[in-house]
Design a protein around this ligand. Structure first.
Ligand code: FAD
Length: 474
C-alpha cells in the first residue's frame, strides 16, 4: 500500500457541496484531498436537475403559446420535439458540470482521488488502496433516489429523476408516485407537454409547505388537467404488456389506474452504506448523518454537509454548509447553521417559495403574530403579464420582526431572496415597507404587504388626534 496522504482536509464526495468545500479550502492554501467515486460534480444529479428545469422551461413556453390569445398570439398548430428537449437537457447538464472540472480544481490545489471512500478507523479513510489520514474529514456523499416499499414496484419498469432524461417521447399517460416539490413540478411540466398525468401519494401534496399557498399551486394543476390522488395507499404495481397498472386503496374502496409510464419521485436516501461510519463512531439515522449546529458529526474530527445530512436538501443549502465548514475547520471561527435563512422553492407555475417559519411554527414560537398578505391580482406587472394567481404571506411577531415569508406567484423564487436577507439581518417589517421598488415589478407585492402592517395604526383614533394636533401648529 502507498504512503498515507496527510492533508489538512479530506472531502468525501464530489457533488456540489463537496466540490464547493474543497475549492474554498484550497483557495486559502490549505492542503485538500477530494475523493470522487464518479465524474466530478455528480453527472446523474446534474442530469436530474437539468431535466427537471429544462422540461419545466419547455412546458412554460408551450403553455404561453397555447394561452397567448390575449397578447395577439395565434398558433393554431404547433408541436413539441422531445428529442430537441433531450438535446437541451444534455447541453444544460454540461453547463452545470462546467465549473467542477479536474483542471480547475487542480489549479486551486485540490488533489482529486478516484474511488469509493470508507472509514478504516476514526482518523483514517481508505479509497482505492490509498489511505488518507487527514486533520479533518468532510462527508458530502449526497443521496440516491429511494424506492418506496410498494409490492411489485422494483420489478416494474419505472423512471426516476436520474433516468428521466432517457425519455425519447412524451408519455401518453404518466403516473407519478410522489406529490412533493419535484413530483408536482414534473406533473405540471409533462401535462403541459401533452401527457395525461396522475399523481399518487399516501400523504398530502406539498406537505411541507404553507397549506394556504400550496392550495393555489394545486388548484392551478387541477385546472390544467393533472389528476391528483393523494391520501391513498398504493397497494400494488405491475406491468401488463405495454401498460403500467397501479392498484390503490382509498377510504371509498379499491381502484386501478393504468398508464403508459411510471415516474417515482418518492424521496431520497442518504449515501452512507459504503462509508463504514460505525468504524469511525459517526452516528446516522434513516434520513441522514446526525450533525450539530457547527456541522460536526458525533466524531469531532468529521463534518458532514449537504444532502447526506438531511432528508430534503438543496444546492444552496450544500453551498452554505460548505462555506461554514471551511470557516470552522480552517479559521476556527464560531459558526452556526441558521435554517431560518435557507429558502425552499417549488418550481411550478405559479412558483411557491418559502423562507423562515410557517404560520403554525411562528404561532408556537412567538404566540401573538401578525399575518400580512397582498394578492398578485392587485399588482400592475402581474396584470400586464396575465400572471395574477397567488399572493405573498408574511408572518411577523407583534413588534413587526419578520419570522417567515411564503410567496406563491410569478417569480416567487427570485423575490424570496430579499426576504431571506431580511430575516437573516433581523430586519423589521418597517424596513421592507420603506423599500423603494421599481414600477411595474412583482417586488411591489411584498412592499404593499409590508405596508399593511401599519394600516391599523394609521386609522387609529390616537394617530388621528396627533395629526389634528400637528395641524394646529400651522
Ligand atoms: C431532480 C432534482 C432536481 C433538483 N432541483 C434542485 C433545484 O432546483 N434547486 C436546488 O437548490 N436543488 C435542487 N436539487 C437538489 C440538489 O441537486 C442537491 O441538493 C445537491 O445536488 C446536493 O449536493 P451534495 O453535494 O450534497 O450531494 P450530491 O450532489 O448527491 O453528490 C454526492 C457525491 O458523492 C458521491 N459519493 C457517494 N458515496 C461516496 C463514497 N463513499 N466515496 C466517494 N464519493 C461518494 C456520489 O456519487 C456523488 O457524486 C434537485 C435534486 C434533484 C434530484
Amino acid at each position: 500500500m502507498a504512503q498515507p496522504l496527510t492533508p489538512d482536509i479530506c472531502v468525501i464526495g464530489a457533488g456540489s457541496a463537496g466540490v464547493a468545500a474543497a475549492s474554498a479550502a484550497a483557495a486559502f492554501g490549505v492542503p485538500v484531498v477530494l475523493i470522487a467515486n464518479g465524474r466530478l460534480g455528480d453527472e446523474s444529479r446534474n442530469a436530474a436537475t437539468a431535466s427537471t428545469k429544462v422540461l419545466a422551461a419547455a412546458a412554460e413556453r408551450v403553455h404561453a403559446v397555447r394561452n397567448g390569445g390575449c397578447f395577439g398570439l395565434q398558433a393554431a398548430r404547433f408541436g413539441v420535439d422531445f428529442a430537441a428537449i433531450g438535446e437541451r437537457v444534455r447541453e444544460v447538464a454540461d453547463v452545470l458540470a462546467g465549473n467542477d472540472t479536474r483542471p480547475r480544481l487542480a489549479a486551486l490545489g485540490v488533489r482529486v482521488m478516484e474511488g469509493e471512500a470508507r472509514f478504516a478507523d476514526p482518523r483514517t479513510v481508505v479509497a482505492d488502496d490509498v489511505t488518507v489520514a487527514a486533520r479533518r474529514f468532510v462527508i458530502a456523499t449526497g443521496t440516491a433516489p429511494a424506492l418506496p416499499p410498494i409490492p411489485g414496484l422494483a420489478d416494474t419498469p419505472h423512471l426516476t429523476t436520474d433516468t428521466m432524461s432517457d425519455l425519447a417521447a412524451c408519455p401518453r399517460h404518466l403516473i407519478v408516485i410522489g406529490a412533493g416539490a419535484s413530483g408536482i413540478a414534473l406533473a405540471q411540466a409533462f401535462r403541459r407537454l401533452g401527457a395525461a398525468v396522475t399523481v399518487l401519494d399516501s400523504a398530502a401534496p406539498l406537505s411541507g409547505s404553507d397549506p394556504e399557498c400550496a392550495a393555489i399551486v394545486l388548484d392551478a394543476l387541477a385546472q390544467e388537467g393533472v389528476t391528483l390522488r393523494t391520501g391513498v395507499e398504493i397497494a400494488q404495481v405491475h406491468r401488463d404488456l405495454a401498460r403500467i397498472v397501479v392498484e390503490i386503496k382509498t377510504p371509498a374502496g379499491r381502484d386501478t389506474i393504468e398508464g403508459s409510464h411510471l415516474l417515482v419521485v418518492a424521496g431520497r436516501r442518504p449515501n452512507v452504506e459504503s462509508l463504514a461510519l460505525d468504524a469511525a463512531g459517526i452516528r446516522y439515522q434513516p434520513d441522514g448523518i446526525v450533525i450539530d449546529s457547527r456541522l460536526r458529526t458525533s466524531n469531532k474530527r468529521v463534518y458532514a454537509i449537504g444532502d447526506v445530512t438531511v432528508a430534503a436538501g438543496s444546492h444552496h443549502l450544500g453551498h452554505h454548509h460548505a462555506e461554514l465548514v471551511v470557516r470552522h475547520a480552517v479559521f476556527r471561527q464560531r459558526v452556526a447553521v441558521d435554517a431560518g435563512i435557507i429558502p425552499a422553492v417549488t418550481f411550478t407555475d405559479p412558483e411557491l417559495a418559502q423562507v423562515g417559519m410557517l404560520e403554525t411554527e411562528a404561532r408556537e414560537h412567538a404566540g401573538a403574530i401578525r399575518v400580512l398578505r397582498w394578492p398578485y391580482r392587485n399588482n400592475h406587472r402581474a396584470r400586464i403579464e396575465q400572471a395574477t394567481k397567488g399572493h405573498i404571506k408574511i408572518v411577523t411577531d407583534r413588534r413587526g420582526d419578520i419570522l417567515g415569508v411564503t410567496i406563491v406567484g410569478a417569480e416567487a423564487g427570485e423575490a424570496i431572496a430579499a426576504w431571506a436577507l431580511a430575516i437573516g439581518q433581523k430586519l423589521n417589517i418597517g424596513a421592507m415597507a420603506g423599500l423603494v421598488v421599481p414600477y411595474p415589478s412583482y417586488g411591489e407585492v411584498g412592499k404593499r404587504a409590508a405596508m399593511t402592517y401599519f394600516m391599523r395604526g394609521l386609522t387609529s383614533s390616537r394617530v388621528r388626534r396627533i395629526i389634528g394636533w400637528l395641524r394646529r401648529l400651522g
